[in-house]
Design a protein around this ligand. Sequence first.
Ligand SMILES: [Zn+2]
Length: 297
Amino acid sequence: MKEHSIYHCLSCQHTPLELSEEGYTCPNCNTLFLVKDGISILVKEAQEHEAQLAEARSINPAWYEEEQKAEAESPWRHHLKKRRSFVKDSIARYLSSCGKQKAETMLDLGCGDGNNLAWLTDYAEQLWGSDYNILRLARVKERKLNVGIFLGNILDYPVVDNTFEIVYFNHVLEHIQDDDAALATAHRVLKPGGLLVLGVPNEGVWWWQLAYKRAPGTLESTDHVHFYTAETISQKVLTAGFSITEVKHLGWGPPDWTWDMRVRKYKILDDLFDIIGKLFIPTQASSLYIMAIKENN
Ligand SMILES: [Zn+2]
């Protein structure tokens, strides 16, 4: 995997960087980006980045340190499986429309502990995962997947324009204050004609707003900063320059955070909520997926 060919220098945008024993050096301005324990540290101020994360960890260790549960261990495992099946089918359909079985290049943007990288490898010759939290990338590394991983800030992203055929951007955007800039990054690094797979919670709709109203403490403690509906997220995706091919609602449950977790761990109840939800409140699903194409221009 020729990793250095996808990176550009954060100081001067030069590409390619040169790989040495220490890390990546920009041949134009000599900026050095270290590689630590096999993870490329592609942020401008690595120490400052680490200090900010250390502070964030001390305020809320759960968001920044706790292991992300594997699908099989999650109370929402049946829902997560449905999401994964939907995304797999969508990616396979896109690839087949391009006459391919695998994408040449794919990115999991905000890959966390790598739970999704583990199955995304089936769909790409070259798969990359990036995150802004090095603890999570260290866990990805332990999995020994055939994946290029790097630390990067989505708002100052170290990747050359038009690099990936598919960008998988799953449950990340709702955490980022400047979500428009984050979407612009996803657009920039996709190849023209490339596919964006965007997953976000559907928490702006009245059903899940009701859940928040019933438990105001949850609203105060959530790390989500955006509460999208199909309309609001679609508008953002269009504004970023994509054309949307599908907006999918997935997963229904009781509008109570505690009960939702308890009830949906049983497949029969998760399936039952899906049937009732699709019939009576089709737009009030818990998850949204947007499939979108970066137009050729
Ligand atoms: Zn440079």
